[in-house]
Design a protein around this ligand. Structure first.
Ligand SMILES: Nc1ncnc2c1ncn2[C@@H]1O[C@H](COP(=O)(O)OP(=O)(O)OP(=O)(O)O)[C@@H](O)[C@H]1O
Length: 284
């Protein structure tokens, strides 16, 4: 466990910067995000510093409205910091880009396109240098990975929640971003489907030699521990900051049933519970 209240040193020459980020996937450098509203300015997150290494899986956890999605959106480029900057893949984030794939809780599939076409359209618009045949291969491989080839001609409305989420994940993987941003991707799923989606996600990550960096927003402590290398716990907003970063030192591959008895699992679970809930019981 370590507290990240120390600002990350930011290099000012191009060479230093390159050295600094060789193993860095994402660098969030002193980021503050304020929104302008009718009642004035509202600062959602303040002075956030976080470095995420290539191939790391990091979860963001905290109470509703604390600023998890806001922080995630600064990485995706959909929200611009009011102060500070985000570096992803050694580039200053100025907007969304194909190096950062996003999966939302609501799947964001196009309802009028089949499963196959939802993925093909994304591949077609992003991977412009591939031939048509290569694009079809990519779509088929990714659909097979999430076991959806038999359902490729269905419309999103004909799929279950878990199937829709598998399509959204296959689509994100198909464009092969080096950074995958998952905003409560399994929040709407039942516990059993969620459990199998965790396995699917780790399988895809393994198939890609654990090279993809994954950042995930979640409310689920068990999910965060099972999937992550580190869990970033946020304080409540406004002006939310990082409260603590909890390292998950559980060897991979992890077995859901077995890790629940591991002393390290019990330790980090207790720590996360205490960080998220100061009071663990309701007193009379
Ligand atoms: N575009 C916006 N304009 C104004 N305020 C915003 C905007 N986006 C987010 N906020 C505010 O910033 C705060 C953080 O919101 P955010 O969605 O990041 O929280 P969250 O931790 O992801 O919440 P939840 O867990 O409920 O999804 C909230 O108070 C929210 O109302």
């Amino acid at each position: 466990m370590k507290n990240i209240d120390k600002p990350i040193q930011f290099a000012d020459s191009a060479n230093d910067f390159h050295k600094l980020t060789r193993n860095t996937s994402i660098l969030i450098n002193d980021v503050t995000v304020s929104f302008k509203g009718k009642k004035g300015e509202f600062t959602a997150i303040k002075d956030i510093n976080l470095e995420i290494k290539k191939g790391e899986i990091v979860s963001l956890i905290g109470h509703s409205g604390c600023g998890k999605s806001t922080l995630m959106n600064t990485i995706s480029g959909m929200v611009s910091p009011s102060k500070g900057e985000v570096i992803a893949n050694e580039n200053l984030v100025k907007g969304p880009g194909p190096d950062r794939g996003i999966v939302f809780q609501n799947y964001s599939l196009l309802p009028w396109l089949s499963v196959y076409k939802n993925i093909f359209e994304a591949v077609d618009s992003v991977l412009k240098d591939k031939t048509k045949a290569e694009k079809h291969d990519i779509v088929e491989n990714n659909l097979s990975m999430v076991n959806l080839m038999p359902h490729k001609d269905k419309l999103p409305g004909q799929l279950s929640g878990g199937m829709k989420q598998r399509v959204a994940i296959a689509r994100a993987f198909a464009i092969n971003p080096s950074i995958l941003l998952l905003d409560e991707p399994f929040g709407a799923l039942d516990a059993l489907t969620k459990g199998s989606m965790h396995i699917e996600l780790l399988k895809l990550w393994n198939l890609d030699n654990r090279n993809k960096t994954i950042v995930m927003v979640t409310h689920d402590i068990e999910e965060a521990i099972f999937l992550s290398d580190r869990v970033v716990v946020m304080n409540n907003g406004p002006e939310a900051t990082i409260r603590e970063i909890v390292d998950i030192n559980l060897p991979r591959p992890r077995n859901k049933k077995e890790i629940a008895h591991d002393p390290e699992y019990i330790r980090v679970h207790d720590r996360l519970l205490s960080l998220l809930f100061e009071k663990l019981s309701i007193e009379d």
